[in-house]
Write a protein that binds this ligand. Sequence first.
Ligand SMILES: CC(C)(COP(=O)(O)OP(=O)(O)OC[C@H]1O[C@@H](n2cnc3c(N)ncnc32)[C@H](O)[C@@H]1OP(=O)(O)O)[C@@H](O)C(=O)NCCC(=O)NCCS
Length: 200
Amino acid sequence: MHQIKCLGGVYYIDHDLDMKNIDESSSIGPETKIWNGAKIYSGAKIGSHCVIGAGVHIENDVSVGDYCKVQRGVTLYRGVDADDYVFFGPNATTTNDRNPRAFGEWKLSKSKFEIGSSIGANATIVAGTKIGALALVGAGSVVVRDIEPCSLYVGNPAKRIGWVDVAGNVISHDDIMPEGLMQVISDPRGAIEKYLESNK
Ligand SMILES: CC(C)(COP(=O)(O)OP(=O)(O)OC[C@H]1O[C@@H](n2cnc3c(N)ncnc32)[C@H](O)[C@@H]1OP(=O)(O)O)[C@@H](O)C(=O)NCCC(=O)NCCS
């Protein structure tokens, strides 16, 4: 990978990446790696230590935090705001207009991805939804409404089928959130950092 100097450090790009695909007004944090075929539009902000996979499409003004993994083929449309440690599985897609037409006015609906949330491969996040901290969305699911922190959602439309811990393990299929998750939900960043520390 090539090293490119940026404010505060370096980021790395695949040898085959066409730099014309990375808009000059986008900002990319140090130690972030970008693979070939990725396209990053004006005003997009990507944090440090991220991996942006091959063919990823990140539109104008999208915000991606630090330590995120955006797997190949993902599309993040304008209006996406992802906190730190968010995972987008291969070919997951966002949307940004709930009632689209090819004509007339276009109405932006934003989507929020809270810290540590994970989106499975090929999932679709319908515009205007919030994915709670550390929540996990199963592969191929279609999320149509806000989902709670540490919850596990699958299907189309996605329904809650359980709860996951910091590591992403399914710890319950009950309707009610396990009490043990209260602390995690009250400080998801602390929980992630503790997990990373204990797995060094
Ligand atoms: C949802 C997931 C985390 C598994 O959860 P789990 O509770 O261990 O799954 P189980 O296999 O016990 O399945 C529980 C139920 O959910 C269903 N289910 C599991 N994953 C599903 C999915 N993605 N979509 C729809 N239903 C799903 C199962 O069929 C099962 O239904 P049943 O109880 O009626 O038989 C996993 O299936 C998944 O989709 N992970 C994401 C993988 C991914 O995209 N990784 C990206 C990195 S490459």
